[in-house]
Design a protein. Structure first.
Length: 364
């Protein structure tokens, strides 16, 4: 065997070894090796909803739940008629009368909503901010005025070269917001490469009403984002980093400074901030099953809800309050709390699941 052949064999072994390590790291982060031995149950009942009720934001003062829905499977199949919508649930009605009422504004006509956030001003005026994946591949955050009954009136669209792959948004003013970019690019192939390599190229951007800037970076698939009641703390979830990041927010400049970080061991999605300051975070313990479910509704994806509580002196505790193998709801993306219940939505299927909300944290 020649020296060249030996070097070629050596190089091939190195490449195969590196590819094996990369594949193992991705599968581990995606929950491929995770075994769910015990479900964490809750008393639940479904309510009718259009496909893909991916995010839910609750106006607790008015008792209204805003739902962002988009038929993602139809869009993946090439349907150009699958316009998404915003819906409202009147939570002040008896629970057995809860139903979705469409409030989608006529503008923009090209509307495929994702994450959403409600801003309530000191004067009581409300605005709804919605991530919109336009058909022409332009990414935008749409801003709407909200009437007393939840009806929406289009105000403006925000686009920017830094808004490349927005997932979720949190409003911090009548015209200002933070948004997560779950990838550094809108290119699907490059995004897949970032995922497989567990790249930390995802970020958070800040729009001050005039210009956009990068507020936080070095994240592995930044997903959900939300703020504390006083607006001084920003929470960001990582889907592939399996972590929750906590940032102190300068309310004058919008600058974020990381103050805490915790590994939660599961793929995190949208974040809801409860009235007591605790967080509800929807999660995907098996991302590989979630990806299969996206392609085929018969392939079930486990759904998980975490409760995160913060201690006054720092630290806190976190754990599971709901875990289902996917029969009740597959691939839950949001858990929004209202009084003693939580509303669970998902990215692909019809329906919303309303479950009793427990404060009993269990291991996972």
């Amino acid at each position: 065997m020649s020296t060249l052949q030996r070097w070629l064999i050596f190089a091939a072994v190195i490449v195969v070894g590196m590819m094996s390590i990369i594949t193992w790291r991705f599968l581990a982060a995606a929950g491929y090796f995770t075994a769910i031995k015990l479900e964490v149950t809750a008393q639940c009942s479904p309510i009718a909803a259009p496909p893909g009720a991916e995010d839910i934001e609750i106006d607790r003062a008015r008792g209204l739940a805003f739902v962002s829905a988009s038929d993602r499977r139809a869009l993946m199949a090439g349907s150009k008629a699958a316009r998404g919508g915003i819906y409202v649930i009147d939570l002040t009605a008896p629970a057995d009368h809860w139903q979705l009422r469409p409030v989608t504004a006529s503008e923009p006509a090209d509307f495929h909503p994702h994450g959403l956030s409600l801003y309530a001003g000191a004067d009581g005026a409300r605005r709804l901010f919605v991530v919109n994946h336009r058909s022409d591949k332009t990414e935008a955050v749409e801003i709407f005025d909200v009437a007393e009954d939840g009806s929406l009136t289009y105000v403006r669209s925000v686009t920017d070269p830094l808004l490349v792959s927005p997932n979720d948004v949190v409003a911090v003013g009548p015209d200002s917001f933070y948004a997560t970019n779950d990838h550094s690019t809108g290119n699907k192939i490059r995004s897949m490469i970032e995922d497989v390599l567990l790249s930390i190229k995802s970020n958070v951007v800040y729009f001050d009403g005039t210009k956009m800037s990068i507020a936080a970076n070095r994240l592995a698939f930044a997903n959900g984002i939300n703020k504390s009641a006083d607006g001084k703390t920003i929470y960001v979830s990582e889907s592939l980093g399996l972590s929750l990041h906590v940032y102190a927010r300068n309310v004058d400049t919008g600058v974020l400074t990381q103050t805490d970080y915790t590994q939660l061991g599961t793929s995190l999605d949208n974040i809801d901030v409860l009235e007591d300051g605790a967080l509800l975070i929807a999660a995907h313990p098996k991302v590989t099953s979630f990806l299969s479910h996206a392609r085929d509704a018969s392939e079930l994806s486990p759904s998980q809800v975490l409760r995160v509580e913060f201690a006054k002196g720092g630290g806190g505790k976190a754990g599971t309050i709901y875990l289902n193998l996917g029969k009740e709801i597959s691939g839950a993306t949001v858990a929004a709390g209202y009084r003693d219940v939580m509303l669970l939505g998902n990215a692909f299927d019809e329906g919303i699941l309303v479950c009793q909300q427990s404060k009993e944290i269990k291991g996972y």
